[in-house]
Design a binder for this molecule. Structure first.
Ligand code: GDP
Ligand code: MG
Length: 448
């Protein structure tokens, strides 16, 4: 289903899942890829960009629940925004018991109406309903035979008249014959090539047949062009719903679903193949979960609190806080460390004052900020922290930059020496570095 759209989404989300650290730069990259993937699926460019901005804003401004790794949180937000884009809600057919429910199918030629009539008949029959099918396509040669064969294949009563040219007359005769059924599905011609003709044809049928529901069948291949069609349709009838077909093929099906959903018209089913059983009730959550290759259960799991031990591998501001605290309790900083950090000219006393100021800043941060430094890209947070610690925005920013630098040291040590985070921090703290390690760090400094 939607192979290329699914592949790029899954690739992107695997990257998010595997990310050990997400700062604003990484987040921007993720969002850029996300927006590109949507545009490739023919989601409207403006819409795709708006969603990208929304994801970023949500990541930066939401309070990340305690203990949840930021990458899981980002994944969850991407999922939620995709669900929102794809329609959010699921709808069922309006079938009332104890009467004949008339459902008329409309749609441009080749959109998949006739196939979908048979698929839906099969689907509803399996649910235990008594179904009848009427062929009111008097326009296309072979329409009668096509639907008759399909109806026979699924063993559903069929009515049509290849000699009658007036579709309304056929429908009336058919309805008479199917009086005792629960549901009758009526296939029409869709003989027009453009939306306007289609809508007029539909209005004519609705006026004469008084259906309980009209289903517009949209070919997924048309991508975002589905918007105009769905909009005109939704404006023309209050009893309309939508089925998008051929989602097994074209990547643009994603754009078609998003476009149809954007009109507010309910999408009730999707066609996912040529076979009679290739019709599914459309549930955006389930659909998106399949697209991104993460189960609904896993998605729920993602936002449940995870034990602190699982995020141990990340170097956070919390580590810096502990680092400074231990520096103070150790009564200063070793010569070697001063050398590493290029602090040679600073006296111990100055250093102490500096560290105390840093600690005041760190203590004005919330637990979420300590764990997720990306939150500090938000100006109002920085301002709040500066006020709370009696320092300035520049001081807070400087601390964040220093943190970024240390994070790189720690990561280099972890990588080149194959150390755990704790061991790397301890090594750095004690200035316990050999020549090679010092060289690594010096090299690092050039691009810090
Ligand atoms: P109509 O002109 O609107 O009645 O369209 P048809 O039902 O005759 O379908 C046109 C073509 O689309 C046929 O070849 C169908 O097999 C094909 N088709 C319909 N639905 C789907 C679908 O969900 N997936 C695929 N791959 N093909 C479909
Ligand atoms: Mg047809």
């Amino acid at each position: 289903m939607l192979d290329s759209f699914r592949n790029s989404l899954q690739k992107l989300l695997a990257k998010v899942r595997g990310a050990t650290f997400i700062d604003e730069k990484v987040l921007d990259e993720i969002i850029r890829d996300f927006v590109k993937t949507l545009i490739d699926a023919d989601v409207n460019v403006e819409l795709a960009m708006r969603i990208g901005e929304k994801v970023k804003e949500r990541v930066l401004n939401t309070k990340v629940p305690e203990g949840i790794p930021l990458n899981n949180f980002v994944l969850r937000i991407l999922y939620e925004e995709l669900v929102e884009l794809m329609g959010k809600k699921s709808y069922s057919l309006n079938i009332k018991p104890g009467k004949l429910n008339k459902i008329v199918f409309v749609g441009l030629q080749g959109s998949g109406k006739t196939t979908t009539v048979a698929k839906l008949a099969y689907y509803l029959k399996k649910k235990g309903y008594k179904i009848g099918i009427i062929c009111a396509d008097t326009y296309r040669l072979g329409a009668y035979d096509q639907l008759k064969q399909l109806a026979e294949q699924i063993n559903v009563p069929f009515f049509g008249d290849p000699n009658e040219k007036n579709p309304i007359k056929i429908i009336k005769k058919g309805l008479d014959q199917f009086k005792k059924m629960d549901i009758v599905l009526i296939d029409t011609a869709g003989r027009h090539k453009e939306e306007k003709g289609l809508i007029n044809e539909m209005k004519e049928i609705v006026k004469n047949v008084k259906p309980d529901e009209v289903i517009l069948v949209i070919d997924g291949i048309i991508g975002q062009r589905a918007y105009d069609q769905a909009k005109a349709f939704a404006e023309a009838t209050k009893i309309g719903s939508i089925i998008v077909t051929k989602l097994d093929g074209s990547a643009r099906g994603g754009g078609a679903l998003a476009a149809a959903a954007a009109t507010g018209a309910p999408i009730k089913f999707i066609g996912v193949g040529e076979k009679i059983e290739d019709l599914e009730q459309y549930v955006p959550q389930r659909f998106v979960s399949r697209l991104i290759g993460v189960s609904i259960e896993d998605l729920e799991e993602l936002i449940k609190a995870v034990p602190k031990s699982m995020i141990k591998g990340k170097f956070t501001l919390r580590d810096i806080m502990e680092y400074y605290e231990s520096m103070l309790s150790q009564g200063g900083i070793t010569k070697k460390l001063k050398e590493i950090f290029s602090l040679g000219s600073i006296s111990d006393k100055q250093l102490q004052i500096g560290i105390k100021r840093q600690l005041a800043i760190l203590k004005s941060m919330t637990p979420e900020e300590l764990d997720n430094p990306v939150l500090l890209k938000n100006r109002s947070r920085v301002l709040r922290i500066a006020r709370g610690s009696g320092t300035s925005v520049t001081d807070v920013r400087r601390l964040i930059n220093q943190f970024e630098m240390m994070r790189k040291y720690v990561r280099t040590l972890m990588r080149t020496r194959n150390l755990t985070k704790e061991a790397a921090v301890a090594k750095l703290l004690k200035g316990d570095l050999n020549i090679d390690e010092l060289k690594d760090i010096k090299k690092l400094k050039k691009w810090v």
